[in-house]
Ligand binder design. Structure first.
Ligand code: ACO
Length: 321
């Protein structure tokens, strides 16, 4: 089984409050907090996604007390890389000198971390004995949001968080499944790259900024994703200790708990302080919960991760830790 055995997270220093945003645009703390559950978010001043991810990678090595040569692969889930090439994962690999590791990025928006863990199950089989995998979700969404658009810019924050994984007989992923529905691809777009060919016959005028039909995704999540999570868990639902869902909106967590008929207190949350950090949100919540002692390594606690977002893509993981 794929076991998560170390966690770490990093957020940029600068904190932007709802009050700060209300001085920049026609919004208010009352609207943002009551509609989303978000109070503050961290925003980069000088850093890019690779800087946040490299910080997390160094912490993971330090905390686990392992050498970079023991890393067999590095997988970074991000929709806001520094470049299209090189990947953030290769930038991390170089920065920490993990010269035994292959490295690549994976894009599944807010489902990115769940997609990465699901993918990594297959990668673990080929690792030489003693090697481990590094999986990081890292985003600087502040560089793709349209800061004139109050309907999206108030939602997102910058962050990175990650885990080390290895094979284990005792702890790990019991079950995982990923899904996509590209019919809703236009519900969330970001980073459009126009045809620049000198032979082009026409030019599409699409913004490269993040554009989201929030209500459509809200409805999709609270219907389709909720139903699929319920079906995915089946009877196993009753033995879950904590649910770590993508941190997009507190109202989504409320509805999910109600639909699944699960005690709301089992749904951990931290979007109040970080907003929606896309692929970073689930590992950030996991790492913080480990730091606070709510989640304990080697405790046999059962956890559910569920990510959903652009694509539309979504996925679920049931794991022991
Ligand atoms: N301040 C004040 N008013 C606002 C703001 C704001 N920041 N933003 C929107 N409004 C107004 C709108 O203009 C609208 O006004 P109107 O009724 O006069 O037209 C009203 O508030 C309601 O707007 P809605 O968009 O219907 O608000 P809703 O209750 O749906 O909340 C939100 C919007 C928070 C985006 C919600 O739909 C949501 O959380 N959606 C899911 C997002 C999500 O899960 N995304 C996936 C992950 S992201 C990823 O993959 C990168």
């Amino acid at each position: 089984m794929l076991q998560i055995f170390q966690t770490a997270h990093y957020v940029p220093q600068k904190i932007i409050t709802n009050e700060d945003l209300s001085k920049m645009m026609n919004t208010s703390d009352e609207w943002i907090y009551s509609r989303t559950g978000i109070k503050t978010r961290h925003i980069v001043e000088t850093e890019n996604t690779s800087d946040l991810c490299i910080n997390v990678a160094r912490q993971l090595l330090d905390k686990a007390n392992i050498s970079p040569e023991q890393i067999g692969f590095i997988l970074v889930a991000t929709m806001t890389p520094d470049y299209q090439s090189p990947s953030v994962a290769c930038q991390v690999q170089g920065a920490i000198d993990a010269h035994q590791a292959f490295a690549f990025d994976l894009t599944a928006a807010c489902a990115g971390f769940v997609y990465a863990l699901h993918t990594a199950k297959g990668l673990l089989h080929d690792l030489p004995a003693g090697q481990v995998g590094m999986i990081i979700g890292g985003e600087t969404l502040s560089k793709v949001v349209n800061w004139q658009d109050r309907t999206t810019s108030v939602l997102f924050g910058d962050a990175a968080a990650g885990v080390l994984v290895r094979s284990s007989e005792e702890f790990g992923i019991i079950k995982s499944r990923c899904y996509a529905d590209g019919h809703y691809a236009q519900s969330l777009t970001s980073g459009f790259i126009a045809n620049q060919s000198p032979f082009r016959l026409s030019q599409e005028m699409i913004s490269d900024k993040l554009n989201m039909k929030g209500r459509d995704i809200f409805d999709f999540t609270t219907r389709t994703v909720a139903n699929s999570l319920d079906e995915f868990l089946g009877e196993a639902k009753d033995s879950v200790d904590y649910f770590l869902l993508h941190q997009a909106n507190v109202r989504i967590l409320d509805i999910m708990a109600k639909k699944l008929k699960v005690d709301r207190a089992k749904f951990l949350q931290n979007m109040e302080y970080y907003g929606n950090s896309s692929a970073a949100s689930i590992p950030l919540l996991l790492s913080e919960s480990v730091e606070k002692g709510i989640i304990q390594m080697n405790s046999h606690q059962q956890l559910v991760f569920s990510g959903f977002g652009g694509g539309l893509s979504y996925g679920h993981i049931l794991t022991t830790i």
